[in-house]
Design a protein around this ligand. Structure first.
Ligand SMILES: C[S@@+](CC[C@H](N)C(=O)[O-])C[C@H]1O[C@@H](n2cnc3c(N)ncnc32)[C@H](O)[C@@H]1O
Length: 341
């Protein structure tokens, strides 16, 4: 199988997949738009991949090939679409998506890292032809029942597969009420995982529509508490995550006892939609001081923000990790701190 993820989340997804029983990560890459993780799943392990909630899409692999084995689009399509392997992939597709019928609609999505030898559109055409030779009753459709992806996921390496995840599953990203600037749930899920194993209370002091709080409860945190300075956000978050405790509040002065929190995870108000009052670094310094105060020793603070200057981070927060990611084409960073002392 393989999965795609938000650019920059690949290493986190690989690590989490490798921790699941029966799953072995074999390869990883980036095709110019998404991170790719290629892995093997033992019987019965597929459900856990979907439950992980960190991937944008999951595919059953049809084949892999290298440019070095013959760099012509027709040859690549022929090497990758091998009827006996396709048959096996189709039976997985039928188990996960819907029963197969003789006449299915299909379409091909092709991505290449460079177009020196051939264009991406030529690879798409050649793979479409190879599929039609193998499955004469299948018809092109858009949208289609079966989506076949072929991608150069690292220089010279191609993988192809059938998409198992359904776009309908992602409608509203699982949120009841949408609010501008809401975080992708896969990124929220990754941030919650970076806060470590669930340990009591997790807070998000800039909770917006509540995406992080929802992921925290799903991940097994006992309690999730959120606050936001915007009353409308509070109302929306309460509707999206009724099991979390959500209040109006300013992240610079948290209504939370000292050392009472196991994880503090937040998508800070940077970017086009949200700004902060006054000087950004002063704001951030005050917020970090509060986060350090409420997080117990051994807990973690995980933040999404383009930049957090080291000089304003309180001494009790020691940087553990940093992941550069891309969201809607914009670079930003997940910062992970250990609460020491
Ligand atoms: C990037 S948004 C969070 C989005 C959220 N993760 C979601 O999925 O909807 C940042 C939030 O910080 C809030 N905010 C701005 N200044 C704040 C402050 N001083 N205290 C608390 N929240 C604040 C904004 O109202 C906004 O909802």
């Amino acid at each position: 199988m393989f999965a795609i993820a938000v650019p920059g989340l690949g290493p986190i997804v690989s690590r989490e997949l490798d921790r699941l029983p029966g799953i072995t990560v074999q390869d990883a890459g980036f095709d110019g738009r998404s991170d790719f993780i290629v892995f093997e799943v033992a019987r019965g392990g597929r459900g856990a991949v979907f439950d992980l909630g960190l991937t944008e899409d999951v595919f059953v692999e049809v084949g892999r090939t290298l440019r070095s084995e013959g760099d012509k689009p027709g040859w690549i399509a022929g090497r990758i679409w091998r009827p006996e392997r396709v048959q096996r992939a189709l039976s997985v597709w039928a188990e996960e998506v819907r029963p197969l019928s003789g006449a299915m609609t299909f379409r091909v999505i092709a991505r290449v890292l460079q177009e020196r030898s051939f264009m991406r559109t030529e690879l798409r055409r050649q793979l479409t032809d190879a599929i039609q030779r193998d499955r004469p009753k299948w018809r092109f459709g858009d949208p289609a029942q079966i989506e076949v992806w072929i991608s150069e996921y690292s220089a010279g390496r191609f993988v192809a597969g059938l998409r198992l995840s359904d776009a309908g599953m992602r409608q509203h990203e699982g949120r009841l009420v949408e609010r501008e600037g809401a975080l992708r749930p896969t990124v929220a899920g990754a941030m919650v995982r970076l806060a470590g194993d669930p340990d009591g209370l997790l807070i998000d002091p800039c909770c917006g529509s509540g995406t992080i709080l929802g992921e925290a409860l799903t991940a097994g945190w006992e309690a999730a508490k959120g606050s936001d300075i915007d009353p409308e956000a509070v109302e929306i978050a309460r509707r999206n995550v009724p099991d979390a405790d959500i209040h109006l509040g300013d992240a610079r002065k948290l209504d939370v006892a000292d050392a009472s929190v196991g994880g503090c995870v937040s998508n800070l108000p940077f970017g086009q939609q949200y700004s902060v009052e006054g000087d950004m670094n002063v704001w951030l310094q005050n917020v970090l001081r509060e986060m350090a105060r409420v997080t117990r020793s051994g807990g973690r603070v995980v933040l999404l923000a383009p930049d957090i200057p080291r000089s304003i981070v309180p001494a009790q927060l020691r940087m553990r990790d940093r992941f550069q990611i891309r969201l809607l084409g914009t670079r930003t960073t997940i910062w992970v701190y250990d609460r020491t002392g």
